[in-house]
Ligand binder design. Structure first.
Ligand code: UD1
Ligand code: CA
Length: 485
């Protein structure tokens, strides 16, 4: 595609979306529509891409970066005007210009290659890509003369009933010869229902000037669906989702239930990985081979090595090495790294922490801002107290340490290698390597307490001993728990 430049129009807000967000910035399969368009243009081998921005220009630039050029359309006067504002940057360009809209995210490189190929083969001044749609509502309709030659394009708002019945539509993808394009655009007028400079009107201008125009049909009509409404956004989402899942299946991934599986564009998943129902894999996630993901897994920018299992759990911006298992019902939050064979069981939260190889956090724990060595056992209900209400502090746990159930490790604190923390301890000072740290009240037993209580005149059953007027043994204190169930 040498000597081809591409314009992507992304300046118009898109009022039919009823959104604060610029339409081309609405994501489809995790990426803004305009990003899909630009990536496809690049994949087709077009060397030069110029994006027309206006409304929310800064957001578009942040999304597309510096690999493309930008031209600002200060007032959105229509698609014809949006192309006209690029005249200066393309002044010396004598090749062909592809024009695409930023709201057609399903286009494929093959579509673009077919369009440019037909344009060049027919030596046309302008070539329009058309598609035959079941439901042409909202699109401009293709007008052909009795010989079947392209005669013009009429927008739906300006169309007669007979014209609206036409099912061949303007896809909004065009190829123009650059030197012919700009003089023709100057002749557009906004004398239509919407008071805009319509790019499709340039076809009539070319015909009036006696230039050759061509219309080619899109090889895949579904690849050129445009998004004007939220309903169309949903339709395009679902088509792209299937396309992504089919490509994964072709590459050796098992998708148990495509209807409930959502994988963002660009996510990589290795062979023999199984995606169970209700699984969402988002953003820049990467999943290795032989993993078991779901049911009910949600991965966001997660990096999973081979053989990882994540069930009914959320993993965000974290790395899970080979053989790690997470879940059911756990949350691995950003900045975490779980080394080879580490296990996070149920109802655990891991945040900004590393777990060494083979370490286990099996049940009901919080581990935050912690560096945990290898082979650690972090008992049920144990938590890291990482926040003093103002600042977060780090905790270090050495290799093979054993943290008893329901312990609190009050950060900053360090538990040395091979050390033990007794169950129920609130640890506020470092525990040296190989030591046992106990930090809890010593247990006291009252022999015969229950028998003495039974002999004394007590309250009617159902009243708790704590509120009982006559307590056995006087000063001996309350049982730790008087409640049932
Ligand atoms: C357009 C075509 C229609 C075609 C359809 C295909 C026109 C007048 N009509 O209609 O024939 O069937 O696309 O999807 O072109 N934009 C700007 N600046 C503007 C106006 C729009 O950059 O001043 C951008 C928008 O951000 C959008 C694209 O151009 O990405 C298309 O605009 P939109 O309003 O969606 O055109 P349609 O009504 O869909
Ligand atoms: Ca559109």
């Amino acid at each position: 595609m040498q000597d081809v430049a591409c314009l992507v129009l992304a300046a118009g807000q898109g009022t039919r979306m009823k959104s604060k967000k610029l339409k081309p910035l609405h994501p489809v399969a995790g990426r803004p529509m305009v990003e899909h368009v630009v990536r496809t243009v690049r994949a087709a081998g077009v060397p030069r891409v110029v994006v027309v921005v206006g409304y929310q220009a800064e957001e578009v630039k942040a999304c597309l970066g510096t690999a493309v050029e930008y031209v600002t359309q200060h007032e959105q006067l229509g698609t014809g005007h949006a192309v006209l504002v690029t005249r200066e940057v393309l002044a010396d360009f004598a090749g062909d210009v592809l024009v695409l809209y930023g709201d057609t995210p399903l286009i494929t490189p093959e579509t673009l290659v077919a369009l440019v190929g037909a344009h060049q083969a027919q030596e046309a001044a302008a070539t329009v890509l058309t598609a035959e749609l079941e439901n042409p509502t909202g699109y401009g309709r293709i007008l052909r003369d009795p010989q079947g030659q392209l005669a013009g394009i009429v927008e739906e708002a300006d169309a007669s009933d007979a014209e609206r019945a036409i099912r061949e539509v303007n896809t909004g993808l065009y190829c123009f010869s650059a030197p012919a394009l700009f003089p023709a655009l100057e002749r557009l007028s906004p004398g239509n229902r919407q008071g805009e400079y319509y790019l499709p009107d340039v076809i009539k201008v070319f015909l009036g000037l006696g230039r050759r125009v061509a219309a080619v049909r899109a090889p895949d009509p579904l690849a050129v669906l445009g998004v004007n409404t939220r309903r169309q956004l949903a339709e395009v989402q679902s088509r792209l989702r299937w396309r992504i899942l089919e490509a994964l299946m072709d590459d050796g991934v098992t998708v148990m239930d495509p209807a409930t599986t959502f994988v963002d564009w660009g996510v990589r998943i290795g062979r023999d990985t199984v995606l169970h129902p209700f699984t969402v894999v988002e953003g820049r996630s990467e999943v290795g081979a032989g993993c078991v993901i779901g049911p009910g897994a949600h991965l966001i920018d997660a990096r999973l090595h081979d053989g990882v299992q994540v069930r009914h759990s959320v993993v965000a911006q974290s790395e899970l090495e080979e053989g790690v298992t997470v879940g059911p019902f756990s949350h691995v939050r950003p900045g975490s790294r779980l080394a080879r064979g580490a296990r996070v069981g149920n109802f655990a939260e891991i945040k900004n922490s590393s777990l060494g190889a083979g370490s286990k956090v099996p049940h009901h724990s919080y581990v935050g801002d912690t560096t945990m060595g290898a082979g650690v056992n972090f008992g049920a209900g144990a938590v890291v107290v990482n926040y003093d209400g103002r600042h977060k502090h780090r905790t270090r746990i050495g290799d093979r340490a054993f943290i008893g159930c329901n312990a609190n490790l009050v950060a900053p604190v360090e538990v040395g290698e091979g050390a033990f923390v007794a169950a129920g301890s609130t640890v506020t000072r470092d525990v040296p390597a190989e030591a046992l740290g106990i930090a809890r009240a010593r247990q006291e037993n009252k022999p015969g307490w229950a028998r003495r209580r039974a002999r004394e005149p007590g309250p009617p059953t159902g009243r708790s001993p704590a509120t009982s007027p006559a307590r056995p043994g006087g000063q001996e204190g309350n049982p730790e728990s008087g409640s049932k169930g």
